[in-house]
Design a protein around this ligand. Sequence first.
Ligand code: MG
Length: 455
Amino acid sequence: MDSKKLFGTNGIRGLANKELTPETTAKIATAIGTFFNKKNLLVGHDARTSGPMLAKAVIAGLTATGCNVFFAGMAPTPALQFAVKNHCMAGGVIITASHNPPEYNGIKVIWKDGIEISHEQEADIEKIYYENKIVLAEWNKLGTTYEMPVVNGEYVQAVKKHVNTSQIAEKHYHVVIDAANSVGGLTAPQLLRELGCRVTSINANIDGTFSGRLPEPRPENLTVLAATVKAVGADLGVAFDGDADRSIFVDEKGQVYMGDKTFAVVEKYFLIENPGAQIVTPVSSSTLIKETAETYRGEIVWTKVGSVTVSQKMKEINAKLGGEENGGVFYGPHQAVRDGAMTTALILEIMAKTGKKLSKLIAEQPQYFIEKGSVECPEDKKEKLLEKLHEQVKGANVSTVDGVKIWFEDGSAILIRPSGTENVYRLYAEAKSHEKALKLVKDYSAMLRKILTAI
Ligand code: MG
């Protein structure tokens, strides 16, 4: 928190009690409160051990500036985002570090429409924080705190309104839910039971140490889920990240899919019903998303990587669907933010409507192989590396919307971009064969390392 920047790609993140101490957090909250200027704000947190402590610091900071706080307690990020909009709050503060390990926590600031504030608004808060423009209220003008325990229940009912509940219920699907010992377990089991599903839960108890698995729903963290789906003969498995805005699915055979593939399933059936619709997705998404849009008469709008950018673009052009390769699906008719429970309901509806299992829905898609890699790069060399990279790949079929994306004639592609949260460059390659995708990551990692030694 020493630099002149608080916000990263996705809100403020830091180690609990190292970077995000009660003191720092309360001060950040006074800057946020000053920004909102004595309005009503919703506050909630995920299951992390530091959640209740940091929530108290946030509430202290916000009420100190004269904002009233409606405290929702523990809830999924999308449930809190929905509540901000649904209860006509001026905004909200969510204490979560999403998929990061348990020792981290973070602060997301939400605008009145439920979407994370824009990067310009983040800069306004940073200015208040670093230039000592915090305005504390007089002793008799302090904000009041109200308990608001209805958020999770209202959210479940809101998600149900966007799917054909009786069509899903007729199928009596058996679904295994892996909530990573976090807030997804507070809403998803109830939602699926109300959709007529039989639910088996693993990692369902709330445990801020994430004792069951790490909160990032990568395939290597989901082996127990995959095995459970097979063992109990379930129709589907779903895993959420730490704040349940992302969902990764497992088919009835125990196969775990990357988010691109399930997003493309949602995209296809959305476009069949909404031909000509715009689909918002970052340049990190697979060519599969582009190909699906071309086949089903949609239009892709590419953005920089980051869920806030996707939400903001959806808002700007009034798009109804967005998605990311990491399992984030943004369903505009509900809310233009990532929403794990909404995505699960949509996948179940597509399965019910088509009578097809997830394995079949995915087998029908064009197949691309994705490989990811990373190369360590100190923060102060990131910009220079990007400059050099631009020079080296000049002349090829290149996009510089975010980092460098190169498309090759055989349909393969690679995206190379600096991470917003870590001192690394990330590489995402895709190709019609696994070997080709691996080779792209290997070749371009070597190229990055070579450039780095020279700068
Ligand atoms: Mg998340």
